[in-house]
Design a protein around this ligand. Structure first.
Ligand SMILES: [Zn+2]
Length: 989
C-alpha cells in the first residue's frame, strides 16, 4: 500500500511531482514485477479523522500486464488532493484495514508512507502501528519530505520509533530527491558488497592509501539475495568525529538509480554497476566514516563494516606535483602549430589524475622550434636538448627547484615520447591526436608516462618472463617490448589474455584485491575514461595498449602509484624546502659544452655552447667513460675533464612493436672554465680516440639588443633581434624573456638560427619593465645581450569549462560537478576563489575551480551556466555552457531488443565449456546517441568476470565463467533501462 500525504503544505506543482514519482515507480517492472503475485493500492490521507481524512484512491490491484499498469497509473496521476491537516496514524489504520480485507494471506503486506510534516490530527502513531501489526501488516516504511520547518531530525524523532519490519525513515531534502527515493521505498534491504574509495587506483579492501584533497570517487556495490534484479536509488552519508559532514547525504554523480542483481561485481566496468559519489574536497581529510544509505535499507555481514554498514577511511597527507608544460611550436606553411591552452591544461590534469598528490601546479610555456620535429628519437632528443636550456637557465638563476618537471607536448603524430633519462626532469612526447578532453587510446597518458620516468619510475619489465637484451646483466624486457635497467624490480602482476601475457594494474583474479582505476572528473560524463578495468587496460609504464578503444589506453598501476607516494611525490619528499642554486653574477665566467654521444656509431656531436652563468667548472668524474678536452692550436691540452653521458630510457613504441635494446644516444653538458683566446677546439675522447670535435671561432658571437612587442593581431608577443657575426658560420641563438627584472627567465627559443621567436600573448606574463635577452652561441663561446626594459601588457586569464559538457541534462537531486580550468600567465593556475559560477535563472552559484551542486538546488528548465575568472590585474574572461534541469528523469523510452546473436542459440539452450570465455552479443534499437539502454547483463550466479568489448547499439560482452560451473545450467539476463529483461540459458560442460 502506498500511503500518500495529501495535506496542504505541498505546492500544487510538488503534489504533481509526487504523483508522477509514484506513477513512474509503478510503471517500472523492476520495482513492481508484472505478476499476479504482486498487488499495489493507493490510499490518500489528510483530514481530522479516519472517515473523512483517508480515501482509498485505488484498491489493491494486480499489475499483470501493461494494460493493467496503464489503467492504474492513469487513476494515480489524476488523484485530487484532500488538502487538509496531516493524520498519518489514520492512514496506517486505514491502510491496515484495506490490506486485511483485500490482501491475500500468505503474502507480504507492506506499507510505504509519504509525509511532509509532523502529525497534527487523527489517531496516534503508536496505537495505529500496534493496530496494523495486529492486523498482520509486515512492514511499514516512511519517506519524509523535509523542508525548512520539518527537519530530518524531527522526521526521525516522530516516525523512527514506529517503522517496523525492516522499514526505515528516509528523509528527502526536496521534491526532486523525494521522487528519486520513491522506488526504493518499496525495496527490501540490499546486501552491501563493497565501498570502493578510489582516487586513481583501488581495490575493494581500500588497501591503496588515500590522499588528502585528491579528487575521490566512492563506488558502492550491492547485491540481491535472490536472482531477481531490482532498481534502487541511494545516497552516501559522511561523518568525522561523529559529526555529519557538510553536504551529507551525497547523491550520485551519474544516474540516480541503478539496477542491483545477484552479482555485485558484474557491472564494475559500467557506471550503472554501482552508486557512484564524488566527495566534496572538505570530506577528503583525516578519518572519515562513509555510510551508504538505501531507501529499503542496507544489510552487511562480516567484520569489514561498521555497525551502521559503513566503512572508515583515512585521508593521509599528500605531496605536491609541479610541472612546466611547454607547447612545442613551429611554423608550418605559414600556420603556427602548437597545443592550445585547453590541450596543455588537459595534459596537466592527466598527470594530476594518475599521480598520488594533494596539490599540483603547472606553468604553461612555449618552445619555438625551427620546424616540425623529426619522426624519430632524434626529433625528441632535439626537443629535450632545447628544453634543457630552459631548465639550465632556471637552475642557474635560482628559480628552479628540483621537483619541477619539464615536459614538452608536441601536436601531431610523429612518434612516441622520450625522457632525457630516468630521474632527469626533462621529457617530451607527441600528442598523437589524443590531446582533447575526450582523447582516448595509447597516447592519452604518454605525457604522464614520460614524467613518471622523470620521477624515477622505470618501465614494467620481468626478466624471468621476458628475458634480457643480452644474457645475465642485460637490460630487462617487458611484455610489450619495453626495456628497463638491469637492476629494475621485476613487475609482479600479469595475466594471460587472448593477445598473450599482459601486465595488469594489480593482482587480478581475486575480486577483493583486483585493482581498478577511476578518473574522478569523468564520472557522469564518459564511462570509458572514468572507469579503468584491469581486464582490458594495462599499466601506464608498459607499452601495452588497452583492448577498449574508448578508454584510457594505459593507466597507472598500484606498484608505481604506491612507490611514487612513498617516494618522489610523497609528503616527506616534497615538504623539504626546494633546493636552489646560489645566486650568480650576470656575466658568464665559464661555458657549458653540450652535445651527444652515439654508442652505435662511436661518434660525438656538439650542440651550441651555453653560458655557465658563473658555475664552477665540472669536477672530473673518474668513473666517466668519456673525456672532454679543450686544445690549443698545437693540440696542447688546456683543460680536461672526464664525464659520463646521460642515456634516456627506451622510447615509447607503438604497441606490439619489438621494442628496442638499450638506447645508444646519450647527452652531456659539461661546464669548463672560461675558454682562453688560445683555444682552438674542443674534442670528445673515448678509449683514447677522438670521436667528435668543435672548432673555436675567431670572433666572439654577438647580437644587437633584442626587443619584444605585442603583434598587430594582439594575440602574439614577438621577440626579435639582429645577429652579427664575422666569419663563415652564423651563430645560433637562445631567446629568453623575464617579467621580474631578470630574476627568472623563460626560454622561448633555444639553439635556433632564427632571429625572432613568438609566444601566444596569454602565455607571456606582463611587466612594466620586461627584459629580453639573447644568448648567441658560436664555437666555444657564448655571449649574452639584454634588452632595455620594455612594457608588456598584463596577460588576460585563460578559462575552459571542463564539466558539465554543453547540453548536459540532470534530474532529481543528482550531483552536478562544475569544473573549470583557469590560468593566468602572471600567477599560474588560479586559486579557487578566482572562478565564480552563475546561472542565468538562479544567479550566483558559488566559486571554485571545482564546485559541487545538486540538480534540485537549481530551478527546473534550461540554464545558461557561466564561469568567470578574474586575474590579479582585474581582467576577466567568461565562458558559458547550457544544461537542463528536471525534477524527474525524462520518461524512459521503450527499447527494441534485437535478440542474442550467434554463437548463442536465440531460442534454446547454448552449450558451452565452463572455464572458457563466452562471447555474448546482442543488439538494441531505439537508443539515444551515446546513452546506453543496457543497465546490467549478468548471470544468475556470482563468479563470472565480465569484459565489455562494445556497447551502444551492438553489444558484445565477454564473460569469463568459472570452471566450477561445469555440469550446471545458468541463465544470463540483460536488463534494459525501461525495465524489460531478456534472458538466455547456458549449459556448462
Ligand atoms: Zn617509457
Amino acid at each position: 500500500m502506498l500511503l500518500v500525504d495529501g495535506s496542504f503544505s505541498l505546492t500544487d506543482a510538488d503534489w504533481q511531482v509526487q504523483l508522477e514519482g509514484f506513477a513512474r515507480a509503478v510503471e517500472d517492472p523492476l520495482v513492481f514485477p508484472r505478476s499476479d503475485r504482486v498487488a499495489v493500492g493507493v490510499l490518500q490521507y489528510s483530514g481530522t479523522d479516519v472517515a473523512k481524512g483517508t480515501r482509498l484512491e485505488i484498491p489493491l490491484t494486480r499489475l499483470t500486464d501493461d494494460e493493467a499498469v496503464k489503467a492504474f497509473t492513469t487513476r494515480l496521476r489524476s488523484i485530487e488532493r484532500l488538502n487538509d491537516v496531516s493524520n498519518p496514524g489514520d492512514a496506517v489504520h486505514a491502510g491496515a484495514d484495506h490490506l486485511a480485507t483485500a490482501g491475500r494471506s500468505g503474502t507480504t503486506w507492506s506499507m510505504c508512507m509519504s509525509t511532509d510534516g509532523e502529525p497534527n490530527a487523527g489517531e496516534g502513531l503508536a496505537d495505529a502501528v500496534a493496530y496494523a501489526k495486529n492486523k498482520g501488516v509486515d512492514r511499514y516504511n516512511v519517506l519524509a519530505l523535509t523542508s525548512g520547518v520539518f527537519t530530518e531530525e524531527q522526521a526521525r524523532a516522530v516516525y523512527g520509533p514506529h517503522v517496523f519490519g525492516g522499514g526505515r525513515v528516509n528523509a528527502a531534502r526536496s521534491i526532486a530527491e523525494f521522487s528519486s527515493l520513491i522506488s526504493g521505498c518499496l525495496n527490501y534491504a540490499l546486501d552491501l558488497a563493497a565501498i570502493e574509495v578510489n582516487q586513481a587506483v583501488q581495490d575493494w579492501q581500500n588497501s591503496v592509501p588515500l590522499i588528502r584533497a585528491k579528487s575521490t570517487i566512492v563506488r558502492t556495490f550491492f547485491k540481491t539475495v535472490d536472482s531477481q534484479e531490482v532498481r534502487t536509488s541511494g545516497r552516501l552519508r559522511g561523518y568525522r568525529d561523529g559529526q555529519e559532514l557538510p553536504g551529507s547525504p551525497l547523491t550520485p554523480i551519474d544516474a540516480t538509480e541503478i539496477v542491483v542483481g545477484p552479482d555485485a561485481a558484474a557491472g564494475r566496468e559500467r557506471f550503472s554497476g554501482s552508486l557512484n559519489f564524488s566527495l566534496p574536497a572538505i570530506w577528503t581529510t583525516g578519518r572519515v566514516k562513509l555510510v551508504p544509505e538505501l531507501p529499503g535499507g542496507v544489510r552487511c555481514e562480516g567484520g569489514r563494516w561498521t555497525a551502521d554498514c559503513g566503512t572508515e577511511v583515512e585521508f593521509r597527507p599528500g605531496g605536491n606535483f609541479r610541472v612546466s608544460l611547454f607547447a612545442a611550436s613551429w611554423n608550418e606553411n605559414g600556420t603556427v602549430r602548437e597545443p592550445s591552452f585547453a590541450d596543455l591544461y588537459e595534459q596537466y590534469q592527466r598527470m594530476h589524475d594518475v599521480f598520488p598528490v594533494s596539490n599540483a601546479s603547472a606553468s604553461f610555456e612555449t618552445l619555438n622550434l625551427d620546424g616540425r620535429p623529426a619522426n624519430d628519437d632524434e626529433g625528441l632528443e632535439e626537443v629535450n636538448s632545447q628544453l634543457w636550456v630552459d631548465w639550465w637557465t632556471d637552475f642557474r638563476s635560482g628559480t628552479y627547484d628540483t621537483r619541477t618537471m619539464y615536459h614538452a607536448a608536441i601536436l601531431g603524430d610523429g612518434g612516441g615520447g622520450l625522457a632525457m633519462g630516468i630521474g632527469s626532469p626533462i621529457s617530451s612526447g607527441w600528442l598523437s591526436g589524443a590531446e582533447g578532453l575526450y582523447g582516448t587510446g595509447y597516447a592519452r597518458n604518454r605525457g604522464a608516462h614520460e614524467v613518471a620516468h622523470s620521477l624515477g619510475r622505470e618501465h614494467i619489465v620481468n626478466a624471468d618472463q621476458n628475458g634480457r637484451t643480452f644474457p645475465v646483466l642485460g637490460a630487462k624486457r617487458g611484455w610489450c617490448g619495453e626495456v628497463a635497467g638491469t637492476f629494475t624490480d621485476d613487475y609482479p602482476y600479469w595475466t594471460g589474455t587472448s593477445q598473450g601475457d599482459r601486465p595488469t594494474l594489480g593482482p587480478n583474479g581475486d575480486r577483493d584485491r583486483e585493482i581498478w582505476g577511476v578518473s574522478a572528473r569523468y564520472f557522469g560524463d564518459r564511462e570509458g575514461l572514468a572507469i579503468t578495468s584491469p581486464h582490458t587496460t594495462y599499466p601506464m609504464m608498459s607499452y601495452c595498449n588497452s583492448t577498449r578503444g574508448d578508454s584510457q589506453g594505459r593507466w597507472i598501476d598500484v606498484r608505481d602509484y604506491q612507490a611514487l607516494y612513498e617516494g618522489q611525490l610523497g609528503p616527506d619528499a616534497t615538504a623539504v624546502a626546494p633546493s636552489r642554486a646560489p645566486a650568480v653574477a650576470a656575466e658568464p665566467a665559464s661555458v657549458v659544452l653540450r652535445g651527444q654521444v652515439d654508442t652505435a656509431t662511436g661518434t660525438a656531436t656538439f650542440r651550441p655552447t651555453m653560458p655557465a652563468f658563473g658555475v664552477t667548472a665540472a669536477a672530473d668524474d673518474p668513473e666517466g667513460g668519456y673525456e672532454l678536452r679543450v686544445l690549443d692550436a698545437d693540440d696542447q691540452v688546456l683543460h680536461r675533464v672526464r664525464f659520463q653521458p646521460r642515456f634516456p630510457e627506451a622510447t615509447d613504441e607503438p604497441p606490439g612493436g619489438d621494442g628496442r635494446d638499450e638506447p645508444t644516444v646519450g647527452t652531456f653538458e659539461v661546464a669548463v672554465p672560461a675558454v682562453p683566446e688560445s683555444a682552438a677546439r674542443a674534442v670528445v675522447v673515448r678509449d683514447g680516440q677522438v670521436i667528435g670535435a668543435l672548432a673555436a671561432e675567431r670572433k666572439k658571437p654577438d647580437a644587437d639588443r633584442p626587443t619584444a612587442a605585442v603583434d598587430r593581431d594582439g594575440e602574439t608577443v614577438r621577440l626579435s633581434w639582429k645577429g652579427r657575426h664575422a666569419g663563415p658560420h652564423a651563430p645560433t641563438y637562445t631567446a629568453q624573456y623575464s617579467a621580474d627584472g631578470g630574476d627568472s627567465w623563460r626560454t622561448y627559443a633555444a639553439d635556433t638560427g632564427a632571429t625572432e621567436a613568438s609566444a601566444p600573448r596569454w602565455m607571456v606574463p606582463g611587466s612594466p619593465a620586461a627584459l629580453v635577452r639573447v644568448i648567441a652561441s658560436h664555437g666555444l663561446d657564448a655571449t649574452v645581450v639584454t634588452s632595455e626594459p620594455l612594457a608588456i601588457p598584463d596577460a588576460a586569464p585563460q578559462l575552459a569549462i571542463r564539466n558539465p559538457a554543453d547540453g548536459a541534462a540532470y534530474h532529481g537531486a543528482q550531483t552536478i560537478r562544475l569544473d573549470a580550468g583557469a590560468y593566468d600567465a602572471e600567477t599560474g593556475l588560479l586559486a579557487d576563489d578566482a572562478v565564480s559560477w552563475r546561472s542565468d535563472r538562479d544567479g550566483e552559484l558559488g566559486s571554485g575551480r571545482i564546485l559541487m551542486t545538486r540538480a534540485d538546488q537549481l530551478s527546473e528548465g534550461a540554464h545558461r551556466i557561466s564561469a568567470t575568472v578574474t586575474d590579479a590585474a582585474g581582467q576577466t574572461v567568461t565562458r558559458e555552457i547550457t544544461v537542463s534541469i528536471s525534477r524527474l528523469p525524462a520518461p524512459t523510452p521503450r527499447y527494441e531488443f534485437g535478440g542474442f546473436r550467434p554463437p548463442i542459440d536465440p531460442d534454446g539452450l547454448t552449450v558451452v565449456e565452463a572455464g572458457r570465455i563466452i562471447p555474448v552479443k546482442w543488439t538494441v534499437g531505439g537508443e539515444e546517441p551515446g546513452k546506453s539502454a543496457v543497465v546490467s547483463a549478468t548471470f544468475d550466479t556470482p563468479g563470472a568476470d565480465y569484459r565489455w568489448i562494445s556497447t551502444l547499439g551492438s553489444y558484445h560482452l565477454n564473460v569469463d565463467t568459472p570452471r566450477s560451473w561445469a555440469g550446471s545450467r545458468h541463465r544470463l539476463t540483460v536488463t534494459l533501462a525501461d525495465g524489460t529483461q531478456h534472458s538466455t540459458e547456458f549449459e556448462f560442460q
